[in-house]
Design a protein around this ligand. Structure first.
Ligand code: ATP
Length: 247
């Protein structure tokens, strides 16, 4: 069994089916890209996996624990990074890490905190409150907090928003290094060059349903039909336009 297992996930809001019968898995050390046009159901899928809202039907297992039945055990092993950084107004940078460390029962949080402050270039801001941080710094602090308990499953929704060029390069390295260390990662982004660079496989969804799923190289090869090479962006546009044309 892989650390992320999703079987026939569906989620409706009232009568509206936002996500329909999605099945996929993510291995140890694998980064899966989740892509799709606006409103395709990406955030709904990520929020269901993170246990934020229950699916209407289907099963989600994180490191073997069912997100609905064993929610606490599943959440202990995962970190979800939403597209908007969410912080506590009244805690400093250092206090955020201390608080999160306690929440997850991290022993010797200081030993874990210092390398993270260095990795995310926040050493000079350790006493700063969120109101004193830039958008990019808030993003980095949120991600540092999520890395502190060394989760085996990580879910990123648009992780590069608001970062400067150096921040982007470092964030890509941070994500890639966690995968090399064995984490299973889902990364949702409209930046297809980022997905192509970082991810091993991709799940394309449209109108809540899967329209393509598999290793990126295989998908590109299939779209190119054996003739030359296409970018993931080109493959994405062809796949999603074909779906529109077929309706
Ligand atoms: P984007 O790329 O624009 O962020 P997305 O793929 O993340 O889009 P979702 O946010 O998952 O898409 O939304 C999928 C569909 O579900 C959309 O049609 C949206 O209007 C609908 N939806 C999302 N949240 C709710 C909600 N709380 N109540 C009702 N409908 C919702």
């Amino acid at each position: 069994m892989h650390p992320i297992e999703v079987v026939s996930l569906s989620k409706s809001y009232g009568d509206f089916a936002a996500v329909r019968e999605l099945s996929f898995s993510v291995k140890e050390g694998e980064i899966l890209g989740l892509v799709g046009p606006n409103g395709a159901g990406k955030t709904t899928t990520l929020r269901a996996i993170a246990g934020i809202h229950p699916p209407s039907s289907g099963q989600i297992r994180i490191s073997g624990f069912d997100v609905r039945e064993d929610g606490v055990e599943a959440k202990r092993r995962l970190a979800f990074f939403p597209d908007e950084p969410r912080l506590f107004d009244y805690l400093s940078v250092e206090e955020h890490l201390q608080f999160i460390g306690r929440l997850y029962g991290t022993r010797d949080f200081r030993a874990g905190m210092e390398p993270l402050l260095a990795e995310f270039d926040l050493q000079d801001k350790r006493k700063a409150m969120p109101a004193e941080l830039s958008r990019g710094m808030k993003q980095k602090l949120m991600i540092a907090c999520g890395f502190l308990h060394q989760p085996s499953v990580m879910i990123f929704d648009e992780p590069l928003t608001g970062l400067d060029p150096l921040g982007i390069r470092r964030m890509k390295e941070s994500i890639s290094n966690r995968a090399k260390a064995g984490a299973s990662i889902i990364l949702s982004s409209h930046l297809l060059h980022l997905v192509e660079e970082l991810c091993d496989s991709v799940l394309v969804i449209q109108n809540g349903a899967s329209v393509a799923y598999g290793p990126i190289e295989e998908l590109k090869w299939r779209i190119a039909q054996g003739r030359g090479d296409v970018s993931l962006e080109e493959a994405f546009l062809r796949i999603t336009n074909d779906e529109v044309a077929a309706k």
